[in-house]
Design a protein around this ligand. Structure first.
Ligand code: PEP
Length: 255
């Protein structure tokens, strides 16, 4: 399976002109690259324009609502995103959970509507603290507690035949935007834990087929550690995806 490299532009850049320039440079730099799948997720406002320029590059949205249409002021329907030509949708990013109070129940509803409409969801999960302690001051394995609970709730009611269409991005919150990436050994432990949890929730074959990415301060310097060192299925890139040549290096080094 080719590695999957996802660019999450978040709420950047602030003009369409800059967005076009960024996308144009990325596209040119990776045009000839083979053996890797790249998805660019710009803000909603730029999707029609970027999709018109995309050619073979896949485009994703950073979020969607869990209803198809109706009186939901300010929300964006997965049907609209599909109609525009989006292929992927990020669901449950930690910034959505934190700033918009998205719950696991909401994330679960979004996954279901995205799957129903044959779009490809990228489910983000991950713990907030690197070193967590219980009330008696003992260290606890925050990763397994949080990730285990998120998987059980976010995937609730999703069948084995559909869950394999979901890409899971393990994104420890303490590593996002901090310049402090997760050690590859720890990312490896998280991947093994996610596959074990999927085996318990479904079965081993499902657990082996689901793509698992790493996200959190990925750069062209460390991408190899995750994609080659520990065989993850790819990476989700935030800040570094706003620099076209840095992002292109990440894509090329992942092969
Ligand atoms: C993210 O937004 O999911 C992310 C991984 O950001 P960054 O690469 O900036 O840490």
């Amino acid at each position: 399976m080719n590695p999957l490299i996802i660019a999450n532009w978040k709420m950047n850049p602030v003009t369409l002109k800059e967005a076009e320039r960024l996308f144009g440079t990325v596209k040119k730099e990776i045009e000839e690259v083979e053996g890797v799948e790249v998805v660019v997720c710009p803000p909603f406002a730029y999707l029609p324009k970027i999709i018109s320029l995309a050619g073979d590059l896949a485009i994703g949205a950073q979020n969607c609502f869990y209803q198809e249409k109706g009186a939901y002021t300010g929300e964006v329907s997965p049907l609209m995103l599909k109609d525009l030509g989006c292929q992927y949708i990020i669901v449950g990013h930690s910034e959505r959970r934190k700033y918009f109070q998205e719950t696991d129940e909401g994330v679960n509803n979004k996954l279901k509507i995205v799957l129903k409409n044959l779009l490809k969801p990228i489910l983000c999960i991950g713990e907030e603290a690197r070193d967590a302690f219980n009330s008696s001051g003992r260290p606890v394995n925050e990763m397994s507690l949080v990730v285990g609970e998120q998987l059980a709730k976010d995937l609730n009611g999703i069948s084995a035949s559909r869950v394999v269409e979901i890409t899971i991005a393990y994104e420890p919150i303490w590593a996002i935007g901090t310049g402090l990436p997760c050690l590859s050994d720890d990312a490896m432990k998280a991947v093994l834990f996610i596959r074990k949890t999927l085996t318990n929730l479904y079965n081993r074959s499902v657990a082996e087929r689901v793509r698992i990415l790493y996200g959190g301060s990925v750069t062209s310097q460390n991408v190899i550690d995750y994609v080659k060192g520990i065989n993850m299925n790819g990476v989700l890139v935030g800040a570094a995806s706003l620099n076209a040549s840095e992002f292109a290096k990440i894509v090329k080094r992942a092969i």
